[in-house]
Design a protein around this ligand. Sequence first.
Ligand SMILES: Cc1ncc(COP(=O)(O)O)c(C=O)c1O
Length: 366
Amino acid sequence: MDRRNWFRIASAASGALVLNPFWKWDMTHPLDNGSPDLVRLCYNENPYGPSEKARQAIINSFDIAHQYPFAYVEELAAKLASKHGVSREHIVVTGGSREGLAATGLTFAEEGGNIVAPSPTYQAMLRYARQFGMHIYDVPVNRELGHDLDGMHKRITNRTNLVFICNPNNPTGTIIPTPEIRSFSKSISGRTIAFVDEAYNDYVTEEGFEDMTQLVKEDLNVIVSRTFSKVYGLAGIRIGYLIARPDIADRIRTNLMASTNIPAIMAASAALDDAQFYEFSKSKNSEGKEMIYSALDLLGLEYKKSHTNFVFFKSGMDIVKLNEKMRSKGVLVGRPFPPFTDWCRISTGKTEDVEQFCSTIKNVLA
Ligand SMILES: Cc1ncc(COP(=O)(O)O)c(C=O)c1O
């Protein structure tokens, strides 16, 4: 890209930020000053993590932390490859899955190209690709707050470099039934690439639900992203990965910037072996969601049954105002997701945090 083009794109991107009334929320949570007294139900974190085993692995990793991590990245990639039944060449280990999203956005960005995505959804790849000249076709979610796959299909052009799918979706918590996402991804694979963000995959309990790794194994144009930030509770450690056909994985790998580090690799590796903590995380999450559903039912509020570690509900109050009111009582809730500006995303958190949310929302909406 030449200087003039770069300047034009960068100006347009900063202009878009100013026009977006929620741009501050896109970067961070403006009401979060890091105070430990705040109940943080705004980031879909898992406050039960890291597990004891992951913590011990991090401590032990300091003995080798003077080394560059290359060989250890290989070891973790091999372990992940065996978990998913793919080759090591299919795995790209990243500094949080967000790095995988950004690097993919960068790899496939092209002046005049576009990405088709549901709206609302997780923005990390889309925001990044936009900075590098891509147009984003936002396809509104359907009445059930799920992906409108037909609508997305219609938006695909011969300049569509990627189709972004978030399954389960953030912030709606909905899933795409496996047969539908399979046939959608297969049908578009000849024309473009399906990127399936599976950050919340581990939380799905729906019978017959499958991840999309199988499509990668079938050599389709499909990229899957996964993270250690959610069920494994390692969001602050920064580690995730992509699963893609080796030729696609190679292209993305060359665009990584931060990559990862030895303590993160060791924590991730220990977390993969810690089935007890994995099950514990999932059961605390289900418990938290049931508590939230009960509180919302008592208040007569509309919500979607969620397949993630958060619940999206209609508070009926402007989300910026709701955020301020909840924050004044010590609870941080999720950011605005236009056009659902009177809906709120609430993460599950620890039992006592969810209890505090339930009593606070009752007071605030009274
Ligand atoms: C759908 C989705 N994908 C990716 C991420 C990024 O996760 P991380 O970079 O911590 O792996 C998040 C974070 O909340 C998310 O909601």
